[in-house]
Design a protein around this ligand. Structure first.
Ligand code: NDP
Ligand code: 8X3
Length: 248
């Protein structure tokens, strides 16, 4: 039977690459995001096994109706890929504005929880899989990234806790925790500064969205008795810088 993935944030980066690879692998894909034009372009590219769905992760009250209105052929969900997310501008908290932080928490944390809750009955019915995009930032803090890192640490621990809740249902849950992937992530984080994004990823061979899509495919297509709990991956040229010590 053809399987169906529900992927949030299919309009760019990792989500778009995952939508492409799952359609190529014979799955049906429901792809969400806020940008209408991007969703329509993806639908034109991928054909009838892709269903575009405009959804804002901050508007959890819309989730029930959106899911309830899915066409019959896309109603049974085998895989939820909680991918939509973003980081606020890099800033020490003492210098940060509150609104961008709220956007990140509403999207990366509250929206993810609400959507997962809304789709769980369908996932339980199909003994499906939940794959959540966390980050290396969940484990390794860096200056200016406290709220983003906190949101991704939530995603990681939420994933593990959800496994406990779903014990015995056959539903698998995985937290995927990448390091640097060249997507629109840094463009969004910097408010559209393409030069800053290019500089961050220059001469270090970052991971690509396709690298992560391939990892997601691997996790999702393992035999049903195998659950990858957490999976951390980095570009070879990214590692750690050690502790900062302030001397007075
Ligand atoms: P992109 O910026 O390329 O893509 C982000 C996606 O999230 C877009 O499709 C965007 O869609 C969607 N999104 C953002 N806000 C909302 C919202 N309010 N409602 C609906 N969709 C939303 O970034 P990536 O592909 O890199 O990021 C994907 C995930 O991977 C994120 O959770 C990110 O934190 C995580 N990650 C990324 C890493 C990296 O280095 N790139 C490393 C580790 C983790 P639209 O704007 O159309 O709504
Ligand atoms: C973002 C990963 O390494 O760019 O989630 O901070 S990194």
């Amino acid at each position: 039977m053809t399987k169906t993935m529900f992927v949030t944030g299919a309009t760019a980066g990792i989500g778009a690459a995952a939508a492409r690879s799952f359609v190529a692998g014979g799955w049906k894909v429901i792809g969400t995001g806020r940008r209408h034009d991007r969703l329509q372009a993806l639908a034109a590219e991928l054909g009838e096994t892709f269903h575009p769905l405009e959804l804002d992760m901050r508007d959890s009250e819309s989730f029930g109706a959106a899911i309830g209105a899915l066409p019959e052929g896309f109603a049974a969900i085998d895989l939820l890929l909680n991918n939509a997310g973003l980081a606020p501008p890099m800033s020490n908290l003492q210098d940060a504005e509150q609104a961008p932080l709220d956007t990140v928490i509403d999207t990366n944390v509250s929206g993810l929880v609400a959507l997962t809750r809304a789709l769980l009955p369908r996932l339980v019915e199909r003994k499906g899989t939940v794959i959540n995009l966390s980050s290396v930032a969940a484990t390794y803090p860096y200056r200016g990234g406290a709220v983003y890192a906190g949101s991704k640490a939530f995603v990681r621990q939420f994933s593990l806790g959800l496994r406990c809740d779903l014990a015995g249902t056959g539903v698998r849950v995985t937290s995927i925790e990448p390091g640097m992937v060249e997507t629109e992530f840094t463009l969004v984080r910097t408010g559209g500064d393409q030069a800053a994004s290019d500089a961050l990823y220059s001469n270090m061979d970052p991971m690509t969205a396709e690298d992560i899509a391939g990892t997601i495919w691997w996790v999702a297509t393992l035999p049903p008795h195998l659950n990858i709990n957490t999976l951390e991956l980095m570009p070879t040229n990214q590692s750690w810088a050690g502790f900062a010590v302030h001397r007075h």
